[in-house]
Design a protein around this ligand. Structure first.
Ligand code: CTP
Length: 417
């Protein structure tokens, strides 16, 4: 029973206008549930049904749930007299495309306008969120990947697709995100958009960059991490209102605005700085921490003439992510997020790594030289939370950071104060 003295928290979807484009995929049926959930939270939903979409759900069921007419035809005289496609595309706060088929994504990327859905997607000045849904091979096809990457570059946001068995009896990424996940992405959009500060009052701890492990006073062991992704995550969390402590190894990245930056060199210094920064609501360990350091660092520069090349004895560094994840109750951040830098079997290794390190989520990324992740602008990641794997298209590191920060905000909002 609700307490009459405590006003119910306003839903971030209250009064929001969602324009939902339902394209032709078997996942279209999930949109009916999505509409219901959006309306329950106070959003108004106006639906556009493509010709393909109407093969999977009927206009009548969509109309009954939206309690509005369903728009299907670009050339309908009534539509043009009552509500032109330009107005339709502008009278919304967010355009959601679910399911977004390979064909619709391709037409969006090419800027085609050959039906009502593509025309309004080209004409809109509002943010667009797409929930891709297709066969695994279609999703993995370079054409689809290039189309999605181009759309992301233009600011289109994506949710999913997920891994799992498909209607076509194949298995892999391509399943449309579940209605609750699409809802989370929409809530995340409205919480983060327009200066929303869903993380106000929260403390976020982020590690970023490489560590340098000294061999002697002039030499060190390092790795190729640029710190771009970790710094972008710190900036994205700060934009959502969090107080951010960024523990950064040696990088050329400028300090992200609004963050307290603690610069360290070695893994042990990084661990000390992280422990000193606790408590935190969320920890994101994006640093590429050196796994080993040299046992007994030389106090003076090692000389060549000292009897052949030196043999470096290595010893293991502390694992910062695992240490934070294992911190005692009260000190453990409520949400601990790790990264998994892999060069092969990316998702499989990352799933095992999440369990091994005891963290809640892990962001798996391909750091093989061919992927160009280290030092590059883009990243292709898979978000593993518990048993679910979400495959994100290749995006700029800022876009990956914004989407991760949104997901963290939604998670913490759900978890309560
Ligand atoms: N990590 C950490 N402390 C370490 C090593 C890694 O906090 N000493 C964190 C990284 O920041 C990242 C996660 O652990 O969030 C995974 O790092 P990764 O380098 O992918 O894994 P490794 O621990 O090196 O495991 P493996 O050698 O099996 O790849």
């Amino acid at each position: 029973m609700s307490d009459p003295l405590v006003p119910a928290a306003p839903s971030p979807l209250d009064g929001r206008r969602i324009l939902l484009v339902i394209a032709g995929g078997i996942a279209a049926y999930k949109c009916l549930d999505l509409i219901r959930r959006l309306r329950e939270r106070g959003a108004a939903v106006r639906a556009v049904l493509t010709e393909g979409g109407a093969q999977f759900v009927t206009p009548l069921s969509v109309q009954a749930l939206t309690e509005d007419r369903v728009y299907q035809d670009l050339w309908s005289l009534t539509d043009e007299s009552e509500m032109g496609h330009i107005r339709l595309s502008r009278e919304a706060d967010l355009v959601v495309v679910a399911p977004a088929t390979a064909d619709l994504l391709a037409r969006m990327a090419a800027g085609l306008a050959n039906d009502l859905a593509t025309t309004l997607l080209l004409a809109t000045d509002k943010p667009v969120l797409v929930a891709p849904a297709m066969n695994v091979r279609m999703w993995q096809h370079p054409a689809t990947q290039a189309n999605v990457a181009l759309l992301c570059q233009r600011g289109v946001r994506t949710v999913g697709p997920n891994d799992g068995p498909m209607a076509c009896h194949e298995h892999g990424p391509g399943r449309m995100a579940e209605p609750m996940e699409i809802l989370d992405a929409i809530v995340g959009h409205f919480s983060g958009a327009a200066g929303g500060r869903p993380l106000a009052g929260r403390h976020a701890l982020v590690t970023s960059g490489p560590t340098h492990e000294p061999i002697d006073p002039v030499r060190y062991i390092a790795n190729r991490s640029s710190g771009k992704q970790g710094h972008a995550i710190a900036a994205a969390l700060a934009r959502l209102g969090a107080r951010v402590t960024l523990v950064a190894g040696p990088t050329r990245e400028p300090d992200p605005p609004g963050c307290t930056v603690m610069r360290i060199e070695t893994a042990r210094q990084m661990l000390d700085a992280c422990l000193a920064a606790l408590p935190a609501d969320v920890a994101v360990c994006a640093a590429a921490v050196a796994d080993w350091r040299v046992k007994g660092t030389a106090g003076q520069k090692l000389k060549k003439d000292a009897g052949g090349p030196p043999v470096l004895e290595l010893t293991e560094n502390p694992d910062i992510l695992a240490t934070l994840a294992a911190a005692e109750a009260g000190r453990r951040p409520r949400l601990v997020v790790g990264f998994a830098a892999e060069t092969q079997n990316i998702v499989e290794y990352a799933v095992a790594k999440r369990v091994r390190k005891g963290c809640d989520w892990i962001v798996a990324n391909d750091v093989s030289p061919a992927a160009g992740t280290f030092g590059g602008r883009d990243n292709t990641v898979h978000l593993i939370r518990g048993g679910t794997v979400e495959h994100w298209p290749t995006m700029g590191k800022e876009a990956v950071a914004a989407r991760l920060a949104d997901a963290i905000a939604v998670h913490l909002e759900r978890a309560g104060p």
